[in-house]
Design a protein. Sequence first.
Length: 622
Amino acid sequence: MPPRRGYRSRPGRPSPARRNGRASAEAAAPVATAVPPVERDIVIPLALTVRELAERLSTTPIDIVKELLKNSIVANINQTIDYDTAAVVATDLGFNVVEAPIVEVSPQELRGRRYREEEAAHLRERPPVVTVMGHVDHGKTSLLDVIRQTNVTEREAGGITQHIGAYQVEVDQHRITFLDTPGHEAFTAMRARGAMATDIAVIVVAADDGVQPQTVEAIDHARAAGVPIMIAINKIDKPEADPERIKRQLAEQNLLIEEWGGETICVPVSAKTGQGIQDILEQILLVAEIEELKANPNRRAEGVVVEAQLDQQRGPMATLLVHNGTLRLGEVLVAGDTSGRIKAMYDEHNHQIKRADPSSPAKVLGLGTVPQAGDTFSVVADERTARNMIQDRLRERQLQESHVVRPVTLQDLFAQAQSGQVQELNVVLKTDVQGSIDPIRSSLLKLGDETLRVKVLHAAPGSITESDVMLALASRGIVLGFNSRPEPGARRLADMEGVELRAYDVIYTLVEDVEKALKGMLAPTFVDVVEGHAEVRQVFRLGRRGAIAGCAVTEGRVARAAQVRVLRQGKVVADDKVSGLKHFKDDVREMPAGSECGVSLEGFADFQEGDVLEFYRKERAS
Ligand code: GDP
């Protein structure tokens, strides 16, 4: 399993300058040439073309080709070279290669809860961002509407309120931001894209209807994200309202309200009469205070795209929610795979604004294309930096097929746990009947040890839905079905995102499989099918770490899309993926027996003449 990528830079990859132990002071020391070389910092992605490297180094592609030749590498202008090779050339041309800054996207960081130390002095309180969730028809939309109507400030009252995906209200001189696409589906879909926009989840339960399946789902989705939960018991104006029953039902979900000695704040409200609305807003501020939500307004803005669409007249429009920093008119930003200079900015009352501070939403014009909801954004120095960042992202994605959140499978669980990547197997459990849940859950919870154990994120009767798959994806978990089949949409989503979905009809087998996975003993569900062999005849070194094996295909066929075992005197010395297959200078998909080709692998380059490359693919056993 490759390391998690996306927003994280290459871990621990030293820059050539540092590898060579060459300090910048030394490099800047006077030399005998007329113009002393000035060291400039340059950031290089995992791979880029010769032309792109030239652009970054402000030189011509021909000069790069010449430099490569000096290092015995023949490359044309459109050829892709790897990080190491590019770094050597850049260093030779007097650049100081620096690693891309590490931007680790933990939920806390995205919510602006973790900061670099040097920022501490700049931190200021910021408004909480709230998502409203709950069962259909329990009054989520009505609640959002009444909050918006009763709390607009005077200045804004004249503006035409628009739905832009988020709005702010003012309560006792404090602001609160509401995301106005209610529901846990949007919340978890955003989380699956690596974005964590919400600080507090308000779960709405209708007093006349009680806790329903989607209420439980919403609670579990909020819990899985580690977001504080508040309860709004709505529709208390109705004669049949029974808040006490709801409090009992919540206790069954392990949500004990304050009144009963628990920690969950619970406020009775009516979206119809407005009763309790002021109270719930004040309670939100209280929770926000406990959470100590802070951000640094004195830095470039970063945050998340809440909503985006193409306006026929004005072009791509996106509502951004600022997590940290201040967003200003005229700045250049990168959002997902697109970028642009902010030409105009509006608030939710359609007023033009010049800046948006932490936790504020802003609708912006000026992006090149429409980003996706859930994409993260950041302000950068200029358009050139933006272009480079996007190229890096696209290329890294191509290379890694990276998802911001990478799913986990039962099959590779143990290996990931060994390498410290997971300590808990997150499970979404769907069963045929309510009665099956408890025995399965308690058997699963008994498994594992202190280093690796099962955590049931959500368990409910019913078929496996897209929402279940999304929750598993966002939490790097798996979905287990007991006598429960996936809905077609859920199966498609799981296949597309690589989320593991397993169906069982015997409890014992389900529990046994999970136990084996925790112990690293799960029998493979894939078998290896050998497709061909090739013998290494000559090794061409590329830069410091790369190499191409010049091979003769001796048997079967060899394919670009295959896995390769490198055999040396009958022993496996590497097991890797093909990263390049060439016939002379051309990239090819496959080559038959009797032909010659150049093979490079993703992680292994230490070929020797006489090595045998065994090309195989994994096939589902059943
Ligand atoms: P959502 O599906 O959760 O967004 O629910 P809606 O906001 O669309 O509300 C569903 C229905 O409940 C609508 O007919 C609302 O008018 C009604 N409703 C919402 N809140 C209240 C309330 O506090 N009291 C009463 N009596 N009806 C409400």
